[in-house]
Design a protein around this ligand. Structure first.
Ligand SMILES: [Zn+2]
Ligand SMILES: [Zn+2]
Length: 227
């Protein structure tokens, strides 16, 4: 009881003399500035080691605290980061470029190792991507040329997409050297990224090859005869 009473008293005293104490501390520090500085300098390494040990000992706690802080201030931090990136755009870009330049070989090796380790997955992803592209492109031209909702040969109506190809309606002769070099998969990407230009149709391999040999597919010649 006695202790408690005095404790409260001491607290009230400290509270009442807070500013005085602050001013006193400040004056003391100012007066002993050089001494304090010298002391700090002399104990620099010790201090450093102490700080390091402290950080090490409280690592997990600190980590958890940081994480909780980030979580609690997520939106605010996001806005801040975005503003920072925006304000330092050129500097960040230059820094990234310099980093890439300085670590060129390492980055290359890392990319290669990643590709090697994820070979099958990358291959599967690429295949799925190309398949999806094929369906998009073939659906587009089949709708346009044959008014079909599924990919279909414009000549004979065959519709197993595994045996369908994209045909240059007017042959390949008039294509530029660059266009002539484009392989099938790249051609799908090319027409899609160029807004599906005219001059293409979907054909099955039979009709495509037959047309390539004689300008017309035999199916077409049959239709001409009967008309
Ligand atoms: Zn066909
Ligand atoms: Zn045909």
């Amino acid at each position: 009881m006695y202790y408690k009473k005095n404790k409260d008293k001491a607290k009230a005293y400290r509270e009442a003399n807070k500013d005085k104490k602050k001013a006193y501390d400040k004056a003391y520090q100012e007066a002993n500035k050089d001494n304090i500085k010298a002391y700090r300098e002399a104990n620099k390494d010790e201090r450093k080691a102490y700080d390091k040990a402290y950080r090490e000992a409280n690592k997990d706690e600190r980590k958890a605290y940081d994480k909780a802080y980030r979580e609690a201030n997520k939106d605010e931090l996001k806005v801040k980061q975005k503003a920072y990136r925006e304000a330092n755009k050129d500097e960040i870009k230059a820094r990234q470029k310099a980093y890439r330049e300085a670590n060129k070989d390492e980055i290359k090796a890392r990319l290669k190792a990643y590709q090697e380790a994820n070979k099958d997955e990358i291959k599967a992803r690429l295949k799925a991507y190309n398949e999806a592209n094929k369906i998009d492109v073939f659906s587009h031209y089949s709708k346009k040329i044959s008014n079909s909702d599924i990919p279909i040969c414009a000549c004979c109506g065959y519709n197993d997409i595994r045996f369908l190809t994209l045909d240059h309606i007017h042959g390949r002769k008039h294509l530029s050297q660059k266009e002539k070099k484009i392989g099938a998969i790249s051609l799908w990407k090319y027409v899609k990224s160029h807004g599906y230009p005219d001059g293409y149709q979907v054909m099955c391999y039979n009709c495509n090859i037959a047309k390539g040999r004689g300008r017309y597919c035999p199916h077409q010649l049959d239709r001409m005869k009967s008309n």
